[in-house]
Design a protein around this ligand. Structure first.
Ligand code: GTQ
Length: 345
């Protein structure tokens, strides 16, 4: 490949004149914009052990009352993007949120989509568009774009969950904003009761189902049972994985990020191919060694890590007797919609 001209190769007064007209020469920056063969992601493989997060989050609970925080969150920031950008990858944001007994995080809605994966504690709930969703360990709760949501806690111990948002993308699009409001009035219908089995969905006769997001809570007990059933049915299946879908459309549960649960059989090692989207792994149960770009993370329960796109990832269950369960978030729906999704051999 031939060397392209550098900015220093141009007369300084010419460059100054270009800039005074809000113009830039492409060629000194062409390789940075379009690197050869594969992207040069800023996202670096990063491991956030829960043992490090938990005491610092509980300390935030002492230092900052909920009224001063609205959302009491420690952001899992990828150093490759600089910590100040508060992003895990190009499109993903991760935060660990703490709610103490009796606290209330007031209702708001925003343009970025969010999900919550419950990590610890009992008695908290999220109300999403009036649907009160109990938060039990391993549950996935959607708060898609534009839907009102608030969090409350009637239990006696701290509750902690992982927030996954597409805010870096929506912010980059200059489309990120929020609106606040008061308490929501709970409704009686619940998506998780309407869609208890994946194979059969309600067939309305007198009315059309009109909700864009018909299911908001995906109980862990059901997801775990689905994985165990899948593993039993297909003993040779390499990747025992389910996708969180919109039960009406079969599409991904949200528009931008994809969400999955994976079971690693006892002793299993699984290498995922290099794919264009970045991904996040969160250990729901058990432990796993995660190898990304020559880095090895010993993932214990409630640990989280992220991997850039275009790199193979190896997951190895650290137990030879127990299955391990992971929650995965990635940028697949976004890449597929934009036509940039790739799997490399
Ligand atoms: O719980 O609504 O981690 O609005 C960041 C922004 C959580 C939330 C975050 C939010 C929320």
């Amino acid at each position: 490949m031939n060397e392209l001209g550098r900015i220093e190769d141009l007369p300084a007064d010419y460059v100054a004149e270009l800039k005074s007209h809000n113009l830039m020469p492409l060629w000194p920056n062409l390789r940075a914009l379009l690197p050869p063969q594969k992207p040069r992601p800023s996202t670096v493989a990063t491991h956030w052990p829960y043992a490090a997060i938990r005491p610092l989050l509980l300390k935030a609970g002492k230092l900052t009352p909920i009224e001063k925080a609205e959302r009491r969150v420690l952001v899992l920031a990828n150093p490759g993007h600089t910590l100040e950008k508060m992003q895990a990858s190009a499109a993903m944001y991760l935060g660990m949120q703490l709610l103490l007994p009796g606290e209330w995080a007031p209702s708001h809605r925003h343009t970025p989509n969010a999900v919550r994966m419950v990590v610890e504690g009992e008695g908290a709930w999220s109300t999403v568009e009036g649907e009160k969703c109990p938060m039990l360990r391993g549950d996935l709760i959607l708060t898609p774009t534009g839907l009102w949501h608030e969090h409350g806690h009637d239990g006696s111990e701290p509750v902690i969950w992982l927030d996954v948002l597409d805010v870096p993308l929506v912010h980059y699009l200059e489309a990120s904003y929020h609106v606040n409001s008061g308490r929501q009035t709970p409704r009686s219908d619940h998506g998780e009761r309407r869609y208890p089995r994946g194979g059969v969905v309600p067939a309305p006769v007198f009315e059309r189902a009109s909700k864009a997001y018909p299911m908001l809570r995906y109980p862990w007990a059901d997801t775990r049972a689905a994985l165990e059933s899948l593993a039993l049915d297909q003993p040779d299946l390499q990747a025992v994985q389910v996708t969180y879908v919109n039960p009406e459309t079969g599409d991904h549960a949200e528009n931008i990020l994809g969400f999955y649960a994976m079971m690693l059989r006892p002793g299993q090692t699984l290498t995922l191919p290099a794919r264009s989207p970045a991904s996040v792994f969160h250990m729901i149960e058990g432990g796993a060694m995660v190898q990304i770009d020559g880095q090895r993370f010993n993932m214990k329960e409630a640990d989280t890590c992220c991997a850039p796109g275009y790199t193979p990832i190896t997951l190895a269950n650290t137990s030879s007797t127990q299955p391990a369960f992971l929650f995965i978030a990635d940028e697949t729906p976004l890449h597929k919609k934009l036509g940039v999704y790739e799997v490399r051999a």
